[in-house]
Structure formats: C-alpha cells, structure tokens
Design a protein around this ligand. Structure first.
Ligand code: NAD
Ligand code: LMR
Length: 342
C-alpha cells in the first residue's frame, strides 16, 4: 500500500488516523511550467502522492522528456505531457488542482517585482486558459511577484465571470518551511515539531513571520527575533546569490509546493483538519489580499485564521504596519495590469 508513504506529509497527519477516509488516487493535477527548475522536482514529488491519479505536465518546451522519465516511476498516477499553447486547453480538462510555476526567476541584484513585466503576461494567459477549461479547479500560483500575480489571476477570473476567491492561492509555503527550519536550528528544537505562521505577502518586508505564535511555544530575545525575521525575509535572496545567476530556489520550492498540493488534496479528500499559510483574498486587514493561515476544505478556503494576528508583539505590530504600503502597491499594480489591457 502507498498509504503514508508520502515523505512531504507532516508528522501530525501521519500520526492522525484517516477516519473513514479512502486515501485513493483520484485527483487530477496539472503543472504549468513543468519542465522548469521548480517544475521538474515538483512533478516528481507530486508523482509520489498516493492521492493523484493523473498528472498533466505542461510547458512551452522540453516537457516530453520529463514526462517520459517520470512515467516510469511505479506510483499510481498516469503522466501526460502537453507542449505549447495549442495543447494548453487539453492539459487542463477535468483537472482538480492547477499549479503554476511558469515564468522567469530572479538573478542577483533583482527584486521579485523586476520579474513583473514578463511573468504578469505569462500568468494572465495561463489563468485565462484555466478559466476556460477547468473553472472549478484550485489554482496555486508560484510565479513571482506573487504579491501581484495573485491579484492578476483574480482579475482575470472575474473578467471570465468565474472567480471563486476560496480557490485561488498564492503559494507562500516556502516562507513557512524556511521559518520552521531556521527557528528549529536556532533554538535546537526537533524540526518536525516546529510551526511558525508567516503572514503578509511574499517579498522582502512583506514576509512577516509571527515568531511569537511559534509552536511549540518558544521564547526569543529581541536580537533573535530581529535576526530570524531578517533571515526569513531574505532567504530567497540568499539562494539567488548562492546560485549566482543560475536562478532562484527550486528544490526547496518544489518541496514546499508539493506539501501545499498534498494539503489541498487531503482537504479535497475530506480531511477536516488541514491548515496552511497562503496568500489569499482576505478581510483580516484593510488589504484585499493577505497571507495567513487558512483552513482548507473541499471547497477551498473554509476559514481565514485571525488568531495569529491577535496579541502581536510591538515588533510584529510595527512590522505589520510597515509592510502594508508595499503590499498594497503590489496588489494594485497587478489589478491595474489587467484593467489596462481590458
Ligand atoms: P525556470 O526558468 O527554471 O522555469 C520556468 C519554466 O516556465 C520554464 O520551463 C519555462 O519554459 C516555463 N514557461 C515560461 N513561459 C511559459 C508559459 N507561457 N507557459 C508555460 N510555461 C512557461 O524558473 P523556476 O526557477 O522554475 O521559477 C519559476 C517561477 O517561480 C519564477 O517566477 C520564480 O520567481 C518563482 N518562484 C516562486 C517562489 C515562491 O515562493 N512562490 C519560490 C521560488 C521561485
Ligand atoms: C523565493 O522566495 O525563493 C522565491 O520567491 C524566489 C526568489 O526570487 O527569491
């Protein structure tokens, strides 16, 4: 049996019995940008999921070989490849979850916003096709700048008349993965136990780890809070600089995205206890989109969790206020991009 064989699944869910749930491979997942730096390892990790029956790999080039290669793994899902705009619609038919890591990555010296001009068009085109071919699917946006590409996707879906805010997600799982790793290292904790909510957005100071809400409860000095916060906010840049022109995080991103896909599939499968941080439409703050923990259910976001923003430390409260203008600007830039073209 493949039950419990999925390495990404967190300890908690491994321990929890799946009351009456059939962990049966029955979901269709499409990955758009599947031949890329993130796309390839992400495709491998999703191929390992016991919940996936069909894995559709789409890219503008190089995807045939990736699919042929992956299709030899003896895990349940059937892999199919789709190349270029003419095959995009077919890649999306009947799909439950669409993951979008298509687009260009940063080089040293660039901000995520420097990717806007290229990636905005890519995301817009791909989400239009999602709207036309699998309007009920959950959409996971990885392409940067996430703070703008998610609002772009929302506007495209609105124009198509099928926007369901509960099903559109900006993938910020990597921020949580990093926060958990760095906190566990700094405080000598068992990695598997540590869970840090990360809120706001996915760029620079808009990434706000709420260290005071770390589980298990940990105490930090002011200096530790500042150092950890800055490291988590700059972790993407740390990788961009180490790769020195060869791109940004791909392997840790694939790991994080696979965890988010698996959580979504578990929620679709009826698990009533699935929580992840994600950048979603939200009324937690005065901004239209905001990353926070959300409860996932069969219909997408079942609840936006507000408790992580209650009782913030002075440091966190200040950082929250400081991130709002930048996040607001990035959201408005995304919305404006779609309206300008309409
Ligand atoms: P990459 O260049 O290695 O791969 C991108 C892939 O997208 C390529 O295979 C390319 O052919 C494909 N592509 C380009 N245009 C396309 C289109 N119109 N349709 C389908 N596919 C298309 O880049 P990467 O390292 O995989 O990064 C991809 C994106 O993910 C970047 O924008 C990067 O900034 C972002 N990213 C986000 C996070 C996050 O936390 N959300 C983390 C890491 C990277
Ligand atoms: C990351 O956080 O690693 C990604 O957003 C890629 C980047 O440009 O830093």
């Amino acid at each position: 049996s493949l039950r419990g064989s999925f390495a990404i699944r967190d300890q908690k869910s491994n321990e929890r019995p799946h009351y009456g749930l059939q962990l049966e491979a029955s979901y269709k997942v499409a990955i758009l940008g599947a031949a890329g730096g993130i796309g390839q390892p992400l495709s491998l990790l999703v191929k390992m999921s016991p919940l996936v029956s069909d894995l559709h790999l789409y890219d503008i080039a190089n995807v045939k070989g990736v699919a042929a290669d992956l299709s030899h793994c003896n895990t349940p899902s059937q892999v199919r490849d789709f190349t270029g705009a003419a095959e995009l619609a077919d890649s999306l038919k009947g799909v439950d979850v669409v993951v979008i890591p298509a687009g260009v990555p940063r080089k040293p010296g660039m901000t995520r916003d420097d990717l806007f001009n290229i990636n905005a068009n890519i995301v817009k085109t791909l989400v239009e096709a999602v709207a036309d071919n699998c309007p009920d699917a959950f959409i996971h946006i990885i392409s940067n700048p996430v703070n703008s590409t998610v609002p772009i996707a929302a506007e495209v879906l609105k124009q198509k008349g099928i926007y369901d805010p509960k099903k559109l997600f900006g993938v910020t799982t990597l921020d949580v993965v990093r926060a958990n790793t760095f906190v566990a290292q700094k405080k000598n904790l068992k990695l598997i136990d540590v869970d840090v909510p990360v809120v706001g957005g996915h760029a620079g100071i808009t990434i706000l780890p709420i260290l005071s809400k770390t589980k298990p409860s940990v105490s930090f000095t002011d200096k530790e809070v500042e150092e950890l916060t800055v490291r988590i906010q700059n972790a993407g840049t740390e990788v961009v600089e180490a790769k020195a022109g060869a791109g940004s995080a791909t392997l840790s991103m694939a790991y994080a995205a696979a965890r988010f896909v698996e959580s979504t599939l578990r929620a679709l499968d009826g698990d009533g206890d699935v929580y992840e941080c994600s950048f979603v439409q939200s009324d937690l703050t005065d901004l239209p989109f905001f990353a926070s923990r959300v409860k996932l259910g069969r219909k997408g976001v079942e609840a936006v969790i507000s408790s992580d923003l209650q009782g913030l430390t002075e440091f966190e409260q200040k950082a929250l206020e400081a991130l709002k203008p930048e996040l607001k600007g990035s959201i408005e830039k995304g919305v404006g991009f779609v309206h300008k073209q309409a």
